[in-house]
Design a protein around this ligand. Structure first.
Ligand code: MG
Length: 270
């Protein structure tokens, strides 16, 4: 076992794990679409493990969940895969797990160093608001961007991820949503066939590359679809956002898995 595993035991396994992106995916679709999905999750919470896999930071998730915008997740793979955190229901916080994140911190080291001033002066990117721990994130303007910047970032030893034609992330090499989710699932000992990943833009590509069953929601950006169109593990939903996830839960059989597990749990309580 890796010395970086957490110093507490993983929670008991649940029948179905939904590992979903937020913007455009879990938060996408109509208000009615979101309510339908969130109500089903709430009603089957003993059978459904919820993991957010997002570019958002923990503060956004804590605020949104506390305000009732979406259900609390059990875990978060946040900051484009550079944060791995667990929900602490006692105080309504998401707590980063230093052991699960240890390899990310090692890879990031002292940060981007001299690259920072190059990126500050680069056309077509401006720093996003927020305090970043193991990444740097920028607003991206494709018309003004100098394409030579991307290889410069990679030559400096980092990954450069452009998604939705709006965002540019500088990440520790090899770290993204998919690998960090796999690290979490490995610790949780979650059977792979019980997992559904969901996304809509290129920063979700690494989720689909894990080989886990996935859903690209109907509003996915064409650049993502182009990269995963050949993948047999992906369901290409016609419905948008939360309704696309709901479509995949039913089509791929997770609805029945969760319903059966919920019934079994109820019987066990009788
Ligand atoms: Mg998204």
């Amino acid at each position: 076992m890796s010395p970086d595993i957490p110093d507490y035991s993983p929670p008991p396994a649940k029948a179905f794990t939904l590992a979903t992106d937020l913007d455009g995916t879990f938060l996408g679709g109509s208000e009615a679409d979101r309510r339908a999905l969130y109500s089903w999750i709430d009603a089957h919470r003993d059978a459904v493990e919820l993991i957010f896999v997002t570019g958002r930071d923990l503060a956004f998730i804590e605020d949104s969940c506390a305000a009732g915008v979406m259900p609390w997740p059990d875990f978060v793979v946040g900051d484009v895969g550079t944060t791995i955190a667990k929900h602490d229901p006692q105080n309504g916080l998401m707590i980063p797990d230093g052991r699960l994140e240890a390899h990310i911190a090692r890879l990031w080291g002292e940060g981007i160093g001299p690259l920072a001033s190059i990126l500050d002066a680069a056309p077509g990117i401006t720093p996003q608001d927020g305090v970043f721990r193991y990444r740097m994130s920028y607003h991206y303007n494709p018309q003004a961007f100098d394409p030579a910047i991307k290889p410069a970032i990679e030559e400096a030893g980092f990954d450069c991820l452009i998604s939705d034609n709006r965002f540019l992330d500088v990440l520790p090499k090899g770290v993204s949503k998919g690998p960090s989710l796999m690290r979490l699932l490995e610790w949780l000992e979650t059977p792979r066939h019980r997992v559904l990943v969901a996304g809509d833009t290129l920063n979700d590509l690494s989720l689909f590359e894990t080989g886990l069953k996935g859903v690209a929601v109907g509003n996915s950006e064409p650049a993502l679809i182009e990269r995963i169109t050949h993948r047999a593990n992906v369901h290409f939903a016609s419905a948008h956002g939360a309704a696309g996830i709901w479509e995949a839960i039913r089509v791929l059989g997770f609805y029945d898995i969760a319903a059966n597990a919920a019934n079994t749990n109820k019987e066990a309580l009788v």
